[in-house]
Design a protein around this ligand. Sequence first.
Ligand code: SAM
Ligand code: DTB
Ligand code: SF4
Length: 324
Amino acid sequence: MLDSSIATADAPPRHDWTRAEVAALMGLPFPELIWRAQGVHRAWHDPTKIQVATLLSIKTGGCPEDCAYCPQSVAYDTGLEAGRLMELGEVLAAARAAKDAGASRFCMGAAWRAPKDRDIARVAAMIAGVRDLGLQSCVTLGMLTDGQAHALRDAGLDYYNHNLDTAPELYGGIISTRTYQDRLDTLGHVRDAGIAVCCGGIVGMGEDADGRAGLIATLASLPAHPESVPINALVRVEGTPLADAAPLDPIDFVRVIAAARITMPRAFVRLSAGREAMDDATQALCFLAGANSIFAGEKLLTTGNVAPPRDASLLARLGMAATR
Ligand code: SAM
Ligand code: DTB
Ligand code: SF4
C-alpha cells in the first residue's frame, strides 16, 4: 500500500522531493501519514519536547510591500498604527521577560521591505544583547544584501527568518511587489553567510492541496533544508484582501505539518501563527504529526497568540515539556 520510494524513518534527508511525491505523501490515508511522520519524528527528535520561541515586533507597520495576508502593509487599512524601530533598552527588557517565561529563542521582526545599512547597525546591537542574555537570536527584516547578511552574522545572529510563504506559481497572486526569486536570493545570502535558516510558509490562503504540496516540495528541495520550518495558518485580518479566505480544514493543516516533518527530518517544524484559533485537539495532532516548536506569549507580531496558561495546560495534559 505504501510507496517504497518514500524514505524510511532514519534515512538521510533528501533534497530532491518532487511536488508529486509530496502530494502523494500528504494524500495518504491519515493513519498511514501520521505513522510515517511519527517514525521520522522519533528517529530524529525527542517527541515529548517542544522548543519555545518568543516574538517581538521591533518595527511595526508602514511596510511598502503588498503581501495580501499582512496587517502591516501600507496598502491595506487594518487600523494598525505604524511605529519606529524600538530602542535597544526596550527590546532587551522584552527579551529578559521572554527568558523568564521559559523561551529559548527570541525572534525580532521588522515590517521592512529591506533594511537600510543604518538599521542593520541598530539591529546588530539588539542581537548582541539578546545573546548576552543566553537566548538564541532570530531576526526577520525582509530582503538582505550579501553584505548585510555578513554584518548580521558578525553580530552573532543565530537564525534569519524569511518565508517562501506559498508555492512558486501562487506567489504573484499574493504579493506583487517582489518575486519568489527575490526570496530565494535572500535565503542564499543568509545561508552563504553561515546563518541558520528559518523558512516556511502560510496555509489557508485559498490554495488547494497541490499548492500546499508545492510549498513543502520547494522547501524540501532547497540546497540545504531550513533548520526551522514555520508553518503558519493564515490569521485572517480585517482590511487585508485575505480577510474572508475560507478557513482550512484542520485535518488538512495537520497533513502539511506531517509532510514537512517527513521531508525535512532534522528541522524544527514550528506550529506558528494561527494557534489561537485552533482547538487543543488539533494542536495535539500537530505535535503527533511532528511539530516540535511553537511561538509562546500573548502576541505574535501584531495579532493575538495563545494565552500562556492555556499553553502550559495543554503541554501538561499531553505530558510534554518545553525545552529551555
Ligand atoms: N517583512 C519581513 C518579511 O516579510 O519577510 C518580516 C516580517 S513578516 C510579518 C514575517 C512573516 O509573517 C511573513 O513571511 C508571513 O509568513 C508571516 N505572516 C504575516 N502576516 C501573517 C498572517 N496574517 N497570518 C499568518 N502569517 C503571517
Ligand atoms: C513566521 O513564520 N511567523 C511569525 C514569524 N515567522 C515572524 C510571524 C507571524 C505573524 C502573524 C501576523 C502578525 O501577528 O502580525
Ligand atoms: Fe511587509 Fe513582511 Fe508584512 Fe509583507 S509580510 S507586508 S514584507 S511586513
